[in-house]
Write a protein that binds this ligand. Structure first.
Ligand code: 13P
Length: 246
């Protein structure tokens, strides 16, 4: 089966003000000029979704509540994100797992809420430095993955992002052999879960991806794109990564 089309997704995290609209306009101009060989997604903070949706680049959410509406002050639902034109929602990012105590059970119900709306859930997994040092990487990723994919998920509404926590925002990147081992393990689990469909689930790598290392990372088997933090904030930097996929 042919590799799935790559997805290069930018996660702006808690960054971005009205002035950032110019970056999206610039990115859109760059991409239009030179057709990209991958799908492109930006997940801005919730405050910017409405203003950035419809500007050409696909827009996604960074998180959502599992309920569709109700008394949950400060939260946003998958229904609301869909209403604004989002097609993807990140769930279970390690910063949500760490800052908000999100367990696999919580991530799974959030992913289910996303998929129930006809949107694609980008489910994040990844080990901490301590877990890696103890040789637990594959066990951690396997239990996060099996615990976080909803019962009703399909190969078409699921994207997995492998983001080693120690590689996020640190400039450190695992060796290509290590990435290949983890992505190969994730692929095997997806095949068990979705049969042949498991081949077309995109598995993104995330953690200090930049234009300078994107090429090497994309050449690793079962790496079908990138989830990019810091380097997605500037159109030129992000476009440098996108260009790797042309
Ligand atoms: P950095 O690219 O800044 O390391 O962040 C990665 C990440 O967490 C994307 O979700």
């Amino acid at each position: 089966m042919a590799d799935p089309k790559a997805l290069v997704a930018g996660n702006w995290k808690m960054n971005g003000l009205m002035a950032s609209v110019a970056e999206i306009e610039k990115l859109n101009a760059l991409v239009t000029e030179d057709a990209a060989g991958c799908d492109i997604l930006i997940c801005p903070p919730a405050t910017l979704i409405a203003i950035l949706a419809g500007k050409g680049i696909d827009i996604g959410g960074q998180d959502c509540h599992w309920d569709a509406s109700g008394a949950h002050t400060g939260d946003i639902s998958a229904v609301m994100l869909k209403d604004l034109g989002c097609r993807y929602v990140i769930v279970g990012h390690s910063e949500r797992r760490a800052d908000h105590g999100e367990t696999n059970d919580i991530v799974r119900v959030k992913a289910g809420a996303v998929q129930q709306q006809g949107l694609t859930a980008i489910i994040c997994v990844g080990e901490t430095d301590g877990e890696r040092e103890k040789g637990e990487t594959l066990d951690v990723v396997t239990s996060q993955l099996t615990g976080s994919i909803p019962e009703a998920a399909t190969a078409d509404n699921t994207v997995i992002a492998y983001e080693p926590v120690w590689a996020i925002g640190t400039g450190k990147v695992p060796t290509t052999d290590d990435v290949a081992e983890v992505h190969g393990t994730i692929r095997a689990l997806l095949r068990d879960r979705f049969g042949d469909g498991g081949e077309r689930v995109r598995i993104l790598y995330g953690g200090s991806v930049k234009a300078s290392n994107a090429g090497e990372l994309m050449s690793v088997p079962n790496v079908n794109g990138a989830l990019v933090g810091g380097a997605s904030l500037k159109a030129d930097d992000f476009y440098g990564i996108i260009k790797t996929y042309q």
